[in-house]
Design a protein around this ligand. Structure first.
Ligand SMILES: Nc1ncnc2c1ncn2[C@@H]1O[C@H](COP(=O)(O)OP(=O)(O)OP(=O)(O)O)[C@@H](O)[C@H]1O
Ligand SMILES: [Mg+2]
Length: 221
């Protein structure tokens, strides 16, 4: 079914240990080519929602599905994480290799590409984002904005069918913000973009939802 969801949350109830539930029977779907902006106050659960989709948190009840199938074992989680790229809120949690090229090649290596093919894929991705001059740089010595661009490259190098981006423009200057906006506008793949920046959401999402008090509703930036 061409329009069937890539990722689905079905009646998901979730709360962190010793905390009241964040979501009660929440349902949500990301379909192919859908580009959803996700807005909401600090602490409303935006990052948690992305973590639930990625199988990094487990709901107390309800289902998380990838292409209609449960994501409750190692094999299905591996498929999910090959198909959906997650750009974390904090780039230092995403990047861990000594150099930029190795960080961007890590995903393709994990997909099973041979070492030289993974490096080629990484270089191609860096070039497509105008980042080739960073290839040999030490990742942890990059600026915050440079790290964010490399984080996005490290996810795009896996050629995912969907992207989850958690506040990709936080702390970026106007030029970096524009580069990310342009890059997203060129990528016609399904995505959820979390941001507090209304004009960025307007430019990079086709529809927006707001999450507040555990509920989601359609929202216009
Ligand atoms: N590991 C955790 N253990 C306990 N509580 C947590 C944990 N992670 C997040 N929370 C709490 O869950 C709520 C939702 O957090 P989350 O990070 O999903 O919010 P957010 O909408 O992404 O916020 P922000 O806009 O600040 O990034 C917050 O109240 C937060 O304090
Ligand atoms: Mg967050």
């Amino acid at each position: 079914m061409p329009d069937s969801p890539i990722a689905t949350l079905e009646n998901v109830t979730f709360g962190y240990a010793d905390r009241p539930p964040l979501f009660k029977a929440l349902s949500f779907a990301l379909r192919p080519h859908e580009q959803i902006g996700l807005y909401g106050p600090n602490g409303s659960g935006k990052t948690t929602l992305l973590r639930l989709i990625m199988g990094l948190e487990t709901p107390q009840s309800g289902k998380v599905l990838f292409h209609g199938l449960p994501t409750d074992n190692a094999q299905s989680l591996h498929r999910l994480r090959c198909g959906i790229g997650f750009v974390l809120q904090n780039s230092d949690d995403q990047l861990f290799s000594p150099t930029v090229l190795e960080d961007v090649a890590f995903g393709p290596l994990n997909l099973g590409l041979a070492r030289h093919a993974a490096r080629e894929r990484a270089m191609e991705t860096l070039e497509s984002m105008g980042l080739e001059k960073f290839a040999d740089r030490v990742t942890h010595r990059l600026s915050g904005g440079e790290k964010k661009m490399v984080s996005i490259a490290s996810v795009l190098s896996m050629r995912p069918e969907a992207l989850l981006l958690d506040e990709p423009t936080a702390f970026l200057d106007d030029d970096s913000r524009k580069r990310i906006t342009d890059m997203l506008q060129e990528q016609n793949i399904a995505r959820i973009v979390v941001s507090h920046d209304r004009s960025f959401l307007e430019q990079t999402a086709c529809s927006c939802v707001c999450i507040k008090d555990g509920c989601m509703h359609r929202w216009s930036p």
